[in-house]
Ligand binder design. Structure first.
Ligand code: ZN
Length: 114
């Protein structure tokens, strides 16, 4: 993930943010003075606008999208077709493909409850 932060005529890059919580903390500390560009998306200073037209601010959940490997099985790395499956208990986050689900995830779940 690539984060670039701008202020007036200076800019710097940040590459040590590991999760959405850290990114949210950083944004809350710097957000009103700096402009953030994350993976090419420029964040508006005031945050996104909600359904009724108010500035909603950025939540940790909003920042999670920058950390998701959306379309890839978290177990074998292949591109997902369809919605994907919950990989628990092999992983707590991400989605897995049908093949990994049937070959690894479901057998592990069954084994856990024997
Ligand atoms: Zn897979």
């Amino acid at each position: 993930m690539k984060i670039t932060v701008f202020r007036e005529d200076t800019s710097f890059e940040i590459d040590n943010i590991k999760n959405a919580r850290e990114l949210h903390d950083l944004y809350c500390r710097l957000g009103d003075k700096y402009t953030f560009v994350i993976n090419g998306e420029k964040l508006e200073r005031m945050g996104p606008i909600d359904d009724v037209g108010f500035f909603a601010g950025y939540t940790i959940q909003y920042f999670e999208k920058f950390f998701e490997e959306d379309n890839v099985c978290c177990l074998c790395g292949k591109t997902l077709t369809g919605y994907g499956n919950n990989p628990w208990p092999l992983k707590d986050v991400g989605k897995c493909c049908d093949k990994c689900n049937f070959e690894f995830v479901i057998p592990r779940r069954i084994a856990m409850f024997r």
